[in-house]
Design a protein around this ligand. Structure first.
Ligand SMILES: Cc1cc2nc3c(=O)[nH]c(=O)nc-3n(C[C@H](O)[C@H](O)[C@H](O)COP(=O)(O)OP(=O)(O)OC[C@H]3O[C@@H](n4cnc5c(N)ncnc54)[C@H](O)[C@@H]3O)c2cc1C
Length: 371
């Protein structure tokens, strides 16, 4: 039996796509090595990024006005949501899909005039089986490589009453014990539900990124300086994933389809919000989306080039931007004027020294990492 759509990989992107295709009445096959695997990463997003169809129970907690610190406190008037990861996964229901527990070894494009005789795209599985479908979409994520900038983090989960401070989108204050001039990291603090908070020391991007063991030490140091002594019994979260890579083409989706924001590492909300467009067969890469992606990639280069001591002031300037400008840079994919205006305002607000470093990083693009 040939499906209308075959999705390779059932992470957040693949599962969202398969789920939406089923709700549009398509026949769907999903190839995933461990289809029953529960997700463990803590995913979050801006509330205004989520599509209307998403089940409300997928959201575990909302922070109405998250706080960000560079060297000074800024309140972001933009609700931020943390997913209930189990419910998010389950709400992307795959009932009716043909789910195959296998690994995709090769995606074979259609060969209308070739010798293989197939008029449809197909996949060759590790088991040796071949499956064809009306469309094949690669949602297998992006593998690690030294050439790709990564985000790393180390987090602990503590009872909510142990955390008496703000919920923090980013806190770059220098109380984590890092040596002067060392690559910087920030504290991320979000509720997981009414009872638990995730406190995570995060290296936003690095090539290479900070080792999570160093982030562990910094987190312990930072929390101690804020009156929280870790016992070692806390549940932990380790984070490491590439923020670049993927292919901007119609047959790839999610991180594999370059939907990850290169300067923040976020992609889950984008995948949820664009799944319907992919089901309809719309292009996710019209010219404005390509241009916005290029500007954000320049933002990543600037972040990687900034001297560590300049980052807090950089984020002071970013969080002083009006919320619509922050949103244009952080979210959405096609607001080219908004993204360009946000980056220009940010640039204008920075000290000359920082501007020079950023300008050099932006105009001297590095050779692109292979997808
Ligand atoms: C701990 C952690 C926290 C994060 N927090 C956030 C956050 O708050 N917000 C956010 O937006 N992003 C966050 N991210 C980034 C996150 O990884 C990506 O945004 C998201 O997982 C990408 O989803 P995806 O479905 O595109 O790819 P993946 O999640 O990588 O899923 C790929 C899927 O493909 C499957 N697969 C791989 N190879 C094959 C193969 N050969 N054949 C078949 N299937 C295959 C894998 O098993 C997997 O299920 C976080 C990442 C981590 C690790």
């Amino acid at each position: 039996m040939t499906s209308d759509l075959l999705v390779c990989g059932a992470g957040p992107a693949g599962r969202a796509l398969a789920h939406r295709a089923l709700s549009h009445g398509l026949s769907v096959a999903v190839i995933e090595p461990q289809p029953q695997r529960r997700w463990t990463a803590t995913y979050a997003a801006w509330a205004d990024e989520l599509p209307g169809w998403l089940a409300s129970e997928a959201v575990a907690a909302t922070v109405n006005r998250p706080v960000a610190w560079g060297t000074r406190r800024a309140v972001m008037d933009r609700p931020y949501v943390v997913f209930d990861i189990g419910r998010l996964r389950d709400s992307l229901d795959l009932t009716g899909a043909h789910i195959v527990a296998d690994r995709v070894a090769e995606i074979v494009p259609p060969t209308r005039w070739g010798t293989r005789g197939l008029d449809l795209p197909s996949v060759r599985l590790a088991s040796g089986n071949v499956m064809a479908a009306g469309r094949v979409i690669d949602a297998r994520g992006v593998g690690r490589s030294p050439a790709r900038a990564e985000q790393t983090a180390f987090g602990v989960i503590v009872e909510r009453d142990r955390w008496r401070e703000d919920m923090l989108f980013m806190d770059w204050r220098a109380d984590n014990g890092a040596e002067t001039g060392a690559p910087p990291s920030f504290l991320y603090a979000v509720p997981l539900d009414d009872e638990r908070v995730l406190l995570e020391e995060t290296c936003l991007v690095g090539r290479p990124a900070l080792d999570p063991r160093d982030l562990h030490d910094r987190l312990r140091h930072r929390l101690r300086s804020r009156g929280i002594e870790l016992t070692g019994d806390e549940a932990i979260e380790r984070v490491r994933f590439p923020v670049e890579g993927g292919l901007r083409k119609a047959t790839a989706f999610g991180a594999a389809g370059a939907l990850m924001h290169p300067a923040t590492g976020y992609s889950v909300a984008t995948a949820l919000a664009t799944a319907d467009a992919v089901v309809r067969g719309d292009s996710l890469w019209p010219a404005p989306a390509r241009a916005v992606h290029a500007l954000r990639a320049a933002g990543l280069r600037a972040l990687l080039a900034l001297p560590p001591q300049d980052l807090p002031a950089f984020f002071d300037a970013f969080f002083a931007l009006p919320v619509p400008a922050q949103r244009a840079y952080l979210s959405g994919r096609e607001d080219l004027p908004g993204t360009a205006a946000a980056m220009t305002s940010l640039f204008a607000a920075l000290p000359w020294r920082t501007r020079r470093v950023m300008a050099a990083a932006v105009v001297r693009p590095r050779k692109r990492a292979r997808p």
